[in-house]
Design a protein around this ligand. Structure first.
Ligand code: SAM
Length: 650
């Protein structure tokens, strides 16, 4: 990844600073042999803060804008356009300045009303709670207690609903409504107060006679860290460290689940996804000071505001305008998510760390990532110049954000920023999300941010990868997509696949971007591209006993697949207990809604591998054809040892 886009201010500043220094000065810089020295040199040239007039920006908050948005929200609400009202209230909440607490309380209360009408009772209850915490006006409090009661009614929690209707009566004492209106509300609440105890009694009686319903099993939380027991890391002088297995791995095996050491959203997703955990957010919790990020919960907001966001708040607009790449933001976040003392404490041991020591550490320990590949020895002085200048821009954010308590820490942390920029270039991963295109039945994988996964970063590349990655929030899951024999390397893919890109081009890209020459099986045997494979078609025996030439793989609701013969219409259930999914439209909906892309792929591969009689597959275009075809083909190669082309059903 490049340090910065051409159209941002950083690139221009970098070029002008480079021109302003003499060749002798540049030669002196080129001689330097540590990150700390490089940082001090560039940081000492000119003050980047003064040159670029850097200061925190909080342009997104304005009471005027907030009131305008509230009016728009209220208009949509009156039209009963609940979704539209919610969208305006969200924007309005984000735009409200920190000091306007009572205004914020009113907006949250309005948002709770929209959510109530959308039957999102839990979310409405949360907003009511937030409004109450922010000193919602006493004279209007009856509205919230009554809405709370109705939310509990919606949730069929009659006991809590009764409590809230009871709270409504004293709350009405503070209201400023005309007497008639107030009496009407009191009567309504009283009706419910009289009615609900009977319901509660009846429910109790019914419950006595009924067998207790077992609670729904909770979905297991994504583990912080999991590895397949056969996974280990080997080393060679040409390839560095790389992942291997000491057991046979079947397709679809989870090889690794890992939380990132650091992860950052792209600007485009900073207001639709939680900045801390990457969950998509429809009812955001905002930062009190800036309107550049959103959170999915108070927990994520407070962990951000007591940590990384405390220093980054107000700098994101500058960062985005600078054109700095997401890896630069990650280099900064690695620092802002810890404290100055944390790094100063680690300082004496960083350079002496060994993999035996770091392998045992947790993902959030800086020592775990410090020794990742940087290819420092192959870098040019120009490369160092640009990256070091970026480190000074990141450092300006730390200085202005109040990160430093001691001036002496600056050059050390500046050196770490430069180190982070180098290691992220080769070890960071794009984080993607499976999104469904509006009116189409096709899901696509969309790049939403970047992450650094300390264990995944040790996997080497193969143009015929053995695994695929997908994400849950910002956690990565790595699954095998074909059989991998004990003793083999587990290769992941850095970009070029053998089915799509000719060997020389693949090798050139990898050499340029990752500084190695690829010798994977597909490269050394020079396998043909997908477009060069022959169209051999064999036939699959369907359940109807006939031999049919067209078969379609259909994902079911439970991440398993069946085959539909498109000639005779028979279905073959390849796993027991599967629900039949009859039409392709439902299939696509299920595929894109219920499964992540990686899971679908991995499961597809598994079943293709199990059906070694199958030669032609019509691959449904539910996502990215290439990966799908590539995976299927490589499964077939293991069986038939010949090249088979898969036909894609458009
Ligand atoms: C993400 S790291 C992978 C782990 C790395 N081998 C290590 O020792 O930390 C990427 C770097 O690993 C090396 N690498 C990755 N795949 C390779 C391969 N197939 N052959 C040789 N070197 C490879 C390259 O130096 C590349 O820049």
């Amino acid at each position: 990844m490049e340090t910065a886009k051409k159209d941002g201010f950083f690139q221009k500043y970098c070029e002008s600073l480079r021109k302003s220094i003499t060749q002798n000065e540049f030669n002196d810089f080129a001689q330097l042999d540590s990150g700390e020295k490089r940082f001090s040199f560039i940081n000492g040239l000119k003050s980047i803060v003064t040159e670029l007039k850097l200061a925190r920006e909080f342009n997104g908050k304005s009471l005027e804008r907030s009131l305008d948005l509230k009016n728009l929200g209220n208009k949509s609400f009156q039209k009963e356009s609940w979704n539209e009202a919610l969208a305006y209230y969200n924007l309005c909440y984000m735009a409200t300045p920190e000091s306007n607490e009572s205004e914020k309380a009113i907006i949250l209360a309005n948002r709770s009303a929209a959510l109530y009408h959308m039957e999102k009772y839990d979310l409405a209850l949360k907003d009511i709670q937030r409004a109450i915490r922010l000193q919602y006006p006493k004279e209007l409090m009856y509205k919230l207690t009554e809405r709370k009661a109705r939310c509990y009614l919606g949730k069929k929690d009659h006991v809590k609903a009764l409590e809230c209707f009871k709270e409504t009566l004293p709350a009405l004492d503070n209201c400023k409504l005309p007497l008639e209106r107030r009496q009407k509300l009191e009567r309504d609440a009283q009706i419910m107060i009289n009615l609900l105890p009977k319901n509660i009694e009846a429910e109790k009686k019914l419950a006595k006679g009924r067998k207790p319903v077992p609670a729904e099993p909770k979905k297991p939380a994504v583990p912080e860290f999991y590895t397949e027991k056969g996974l280990y890391f080997d080393y060679s002088s040409e390839e560095g460290r790389f992942a291997k297995t000491n057991v046979d791995l079947k397709p679809n095996t989870i090889v690794l689940v890992e939380k990132p050491h650091v992860s950052v959203l792209l600007e485009e997703y900073s207001k639709t996804h939680c900045s801390t955990c990457f969950k998509r957010v429809s009812v955001p919790v905002c930062c009190p000071k800036c309107s550049d990020v959103v959170f999915c919960s108070e927990d994520c907001e407070s962990s951000a505001n007591s940590g990384y966001h405390k220093y980054e708040c107000g700098f994101l607009p500058i960062f985005w305008k600078s054109g700095a790449s997401i890896t630069c933001h990650m280099a900064l976040r690695i620092i802002t998510q810890q404290s100055e003392e944390y790094f100063l404490q680690l300082r004496p041991e960083l350079d002496g760390l060994t993999s035996e020591q770091t392998d045992k550490l947790k993902h959030d320990d800086y020592r775990k990532i410090y020794k990742l590949v940087t290819h420092e020895e192959t870098r040019s002085a120009e490369d160092f110049f640009q990256r070091t200048l970026m480190a000074t821009l990141l450092n300006a954010c730390l200085t202005l954000g109040g990160f430093y308590k001691t001036k002496e820490a600056e050059s050390f942390i500046g050196g770490l920023l430069l180190h982070n920029l180098q290691l992220l270039q080769f070890n960071a991963h794009e984080i993607s999300e499976l999104q469904r295109e509006d009116d189409r039945d096709v899901g696509k994988s969309v790049f939403i941010g970047g992450g650094l996964y300390p264990t995944l970063a040790l996997f080497n590349h193969s143009c015929e990868p053995g695994v695929t990655r997908y994400y849950k929030g910002n956690s990565v899951c790595v699954r095998s997509v074909r059989s991998i024999a004990a003793g083999s390397m587990i290769g992941e893919n850095y970009g070029p696949l053998f089915t799509q890109t000719p060997r020389d081009e693949r090798r050139a890209t990898l050499l340029n971007q990752y500084r190695f020459s690829c010798n994977c099986r597909a490269c050394s045997e020079n396998w043909p591209l997908f477009s060069e494979m022959d169209d051999t078609v064999l036939r699959f025996k369907c359940d109807g006993g006939k031999i049919c030439s067209n078969v379609l793989l259909i994902p079911s609701e439970i991440n398993e697949f069946m085959i539909k013969c498109t000639d005779c219409g028979e279905h073959t259930n390849i796993m027991k207990g599967l629900k039949l999914v009859q039409d392709t439209e439902t299939m696509f909906k299920l595929a894109t809604k219920m499964h992540s892309a990686g899971e679908i792929e991995a499961a597809l591969y598994k079943y293709v591998e199990e059906m070694n009689t199958l030669d032609e597959v019509l691959v449904p275009p539910y996502r990215d054809y290439h990966l799908c075809q590539q995976g299927l083909r490589s499964c077939m190669l293991e069986y038939g040892n010949r090249y088979v082309k898969f036909v894609t059903k458009k």
